[in-house]
Design a protein around this ligand. Sequence first.
Ligand SMILES: [Cu+2]
Length: 669
Amino acid sequence: MTPVPKMLSLLTLILGLTWSVLPGGNCQIIDADMPVEIIECVQLLSNTTGDVSKRNDIHDDVYNQCLRQFVWKDQHVDWSNFNITAADKEFINSLIGSLVSRSRQKRRVHLNDSPRRLRIRREYRTLPDKDRFAFHRALNTMKKTGQYDVFAKLHTGSVVLTAHTGPALFAWHRIYIFLFEEAMCRIIPWLSLPYWDTTLDDNMYDPADSIIWTKNFLGNGDGHVRVGSFARWMSPGGPLTRNIGGRSRLISRDVVRRVLSRCRTRDISYPTAKKGYDFEKYHGGPHLWVGGHMSGMNTAAFDPAFFLYHAFIDYIFELFRIRQSTFCGVDPAMDYPPTKGLHAAKRPMDRFPQYRNKDGYSNYWTKFMYRYEHSPTCSMWQPFCGSPYLRCDMSRQICVSMGRKKSAHMVCTRRARAEELSIYYGIIFRAPPSEPRTCALRSAFTSRKRRAVNQNMASSLGDQDFTKLSMPVPLSKKLLPIPDYHETSATLKNNFEINGHADVTKWVFIPVNVTYKRNQGSQVSTFRNKKTCVKDPAGAMKVGIQSSGLNYDGDYFGYALIDRHLPVDSSTTFIGIKSPEVQYTEVILSAVHSCGTMCQAYCLIPESEPAAFKPCFGVLKISNYDLNVYGRTYEEAVSRFMLGGVASGGMQNKTLRMFFDCSDSGNSQ
Ligand SMILES: [Cu+2]
């Protein structure tokens, strides 16, 4: 039975009981109150104190999650309530303590101290066999001493809400897996945490066939783990269990591309990300795809696959941060989305109260503690992936995981499913829907249809064709750069894409003004943060302005220059947005001060005479009728703005609908 009908029938039962004890007759259907726990949960998750009975205001995922949480509470193993003992706390604190002293030491020596001290995280399949087995050995030692289970326990209970469904996800897990790595290195000092790049599996014809699920890697993926280094591992709810390829999907190259097409963390994090860009939801995909322990929020970390997988999530987060600092002109350390409640930037992390949520966004981690090596890529000229366990698919020029031996196909078995159901995991991750290669849909497709659906995923070449070519060849081991934000490193390149298609004629330009007022008494040189604000002796300050479509998929970046030597300055620039000629345009504009902080948007009060402005969120809705607001080309926008009567004073210009206040005072935190 699938969990949903089970959940619904239980809910009917509970509501039924309420009805039957109500006074005033039988057979009458009365509006029953929603259980307080569900209301509280919905309010908590959707960050509201409002009336949650109005279902259409509540996100479906939130609602379902709370329903499950309520219905499944206190059944079987109570996964959500492990006691973290004083000894456990002491262990974690000692890890954090050694970390603090290590970084102090480092700072004293030299910032560019031997890079060998940094841990280098590599794709799991690119590790030499000896390193991989050492990694397995360290995990088994941790399991025996109970340290592994201490870590697994940390990922239960309140953490389900405080480290998931919000922007703290990336922050909390970054620190969590880092401490795990730290504990691992106490056993074998030269180790670092490998990552599992699921796109290499997704590139296969059948991802469930990946070599990852063999005895030399993570062990079998069908039911209880019986082979490999993690065979017969136990969890409080029974043997370690998986059911790979059961449902949902792995993170694909397309998902990575989507995430890396955004500039702001709020564009990829829940609940602010638009549909199709919610990285947290995509992150749930592999959790459900691996199945068993990995599907449950409280149980996931009992599977060692969790740490390899979350290192991969962290790797993509790092790629995103690098893009932010080099392409978007956004300082990743300053880009914690404005959030209230459990995910607030300054809220101390559950389990690690020494850190606040936003500390996980700091540049410190990859600057001083660890770096990522690029996941292997290949090309016509370099047709190797640097590992005997990966091959280069020449037709697509991408690396693909090697498969298991023939006849080793053990997915979608009834036993695996039964063993998966035998453990009880409670709340499961939000995740994208299943794909045709997953058990849930597999039977509905003949293999021919499946092949057609996966035309692009499947290689026309057999899995073994490039075995010979895939012998280990020393790749130029490229480390990811450190996302070090400098105003000057921001290169603004606009691709004029709308919903994936580049077409300059689909864009129009609107004037946006930036004003600046120097803080009284403050000198030009008093920058709030010397590290992220590039000091320009001329006093020039670059304000980055971005437009992001709300009813279309497209971004535009521009900037205005402000002279900080002047007590007051103002500058107008023209920003691209989707042309409203076919359909109205809904767009959000934001301006970022060179220190990475946001400027306050002011919008024109409609029909005000003379023109007046009020603080606003920066959202503009432009219909075709506002013809005098925009220009079809940059030049047209400029001349229209000039005709609008610049002489009558900037703000009186009728074509100006929005300006940003980037004054010093408005930017001090
Ligand atoms: Cu998690």
